[in-house]
Design a protein around this ligand. Structure first.
Ligand code: ADP
Ligand code: ASP
Ligand code: MG
Length: 398
């Protein structure tokens, strides 16, 4: 069976008109002989009636400390509503379609509400539906525990659902439809001259996603990479070819034509830089931070202090933890991380120097840096991050 997974993000299903466009992509694939499995996100963005953030705010407006289990229940509603309407739109066009929840689609998770781990994907129900000539429309971003509790897979997790199903169904490809023409050299909302990257490796996209470019979820990239299923990022509103994500050699059969050192720029906002001003029990402190599931980044260990960053969303939790254990610390809020990404950065001397020089020339102060094989990141002030992205986009001629 030739299977294609098509996932439509929140903005692609936010109105009847947009849903019609999305449905036309499904119809086209069916005409091309594919058995299509649709995955949908909740409709629209914050403020739209059934968007995930709207549902969260609605619940929290009544009880700010709402249990994670209940929050997952209300979040599940967004994708379920969306899947029913998408299936109804397909039916209107004369196609047989059936809406399925994540659980009905066979996605079994643990009970880590809000960010559940997938334990198993059983594609048998979807295959059964496909064999009956019906298009399954799966509610993304959700799963079910073995005990029947509804869970979610982490924000942006409909991409994860699509990749999981693509691998489990041995699909020809997973297409992620969104509101931009593909993976671009930077967020087009920030850099007007950003352009689409036609082909890119899983590895680089993973770095993009990890460093904050939310165009695709890093977990989805990882799953597709392990299952060796091509991921294609496309625009629901256009017919452009999009970005094809495959392994490195496929992405660059003509690697020597790729003369760019840097593939793109990503940013992560709302970071807080923490400095621990003590050297005692450092290991214990980091262990406690881990136990609290606070994710840390840009970690620099010095003989007399430790510096790292966290998300602003975790700051309260960290403060409480440090108070409890009497940890002496200072902090800097309103920070953002800007990262350049490129598989070819590795082994090329002087790239960090170029980054520092370009930012300093524009008086953008760098609070901290970090580098890996294929990324260089700088922590800057939140109000300078957009300028920093544009400066680096120019510096590396993207
Ligand atoms: P969806 O609702 O379809 O899942 P998202 O909002 O999660 O859409 O992701 C699409 C958005 O990602 C775009 O509107 C764009 O602003 C943003 N984005 C950030 N970095 C990039 C990038 N490098 N390339 C393309 N889009 C990017
Ligand atoms: N609706 C969910 C979110 O906003 C999942 C997704 O859109 O991928 O996080
Ligand atoms: Mg998304």
């Amino acid at each position: 069976m030739k299977i294609l997974v098509q996932k439509f993000g929140g903005t692609s299903v936010s109105s009847e008109e947009k849903r019609e466009k999305a449905v036309s992509k499904v119809m086209e694939a069916v005409k091309n002989g594919y058995n299509v499995v649709v995955v949908v996100s909740a409709m629209g963005r914050n403020g739209d009636p059934y968007a995930t953030d709207t549902l969260i705010n609605m619940a929290k407006s009544i009880y700010s400390d709402i249990p994670k289990r209940e929050l997952d229940l209300i979040m599940n509603c967004g994708e379920i509503i969306s899947s029913v309407l998408f299936a109804a739109t397909l039916s209107n066009k004369g196609y047989k379609a059936k809406a399925l929840t994540g659980g009905q689609a066979g996605i079994i998770t643990d009970d880590n509400f809000g960010n559940a781990e997938v334990i198993n994907v059983d594609p048998s129900r979807i295959l059964e539906v496909l064999r009956e000539g019906i298009i399954p429309v799966v509610a993304g971003f959700q799963g079910i525990t073995q005990k029947g509790e509804l869970t979610t897979l982490g924000r942006g997790g409909s991409d994860t659902t699509a990749a999981l199903l693509g691998v489990a169904l041995k699909a020809e490809a997973v297409e992620i439809y969104t509101d931009v023409d593909g993976i671009m050299t930077a967020d087009p909302r920030i850099v007007s001259t950003a352009h689409v990257i036609d082909k890119i490796s899983y590895n680089e996209v993973f770095q993009f996603a990890e460093q904050g470019a939310k165009v695709v979820h890093p977990r989805a990239v990882e799953i597709a990479m392990r299952g060796n299923i091509p991921l294609i990022i496309k625009n629901t509103m256009s017919d452009s070819g999009g970005t094809i994500i495959t392994n490195y050699s496929d992405a660059y059969d003509s690697i020597y034509e790729v003369d760019k050192l840097v593939t793109g720029i990503a940013n992560m906002n709302n970071r807080v830089q923490i400095t621990i001003e003590s050297t005692e029990n450092v290991q214990d402190i980091f262990e406690k931070i881990g136990e609290e599931k606070i994710s840390i980044d840009l970690i620099n260990i010095f003989p007399d202090k430790q510096v790292f960053t966290i998300s602003e969303a975790d700051f309260e939790k960290l403060r409480r933890l440090f108070e409890k254990y009497g940890v002496k610390y200072s902090y800097r809020t309103n920070c953002a991380k800007v990262s350049i990404i490129g598989n070819r950065i590795r082994g090329v001397p002087g790239v960090m120097a170029r980054v520092i020089k370009a930012l300093s020339k524009r008086n953008i102060e760098i609070y901290q840096t970090a580098d890996s094989h294929n990324t260089i990141s700088c922590l800057v002030s939140q109000d300078k991050v957009e300028e920093a992205i544009r400066v680096l986009h120019d510096e590396f001629s993207l």
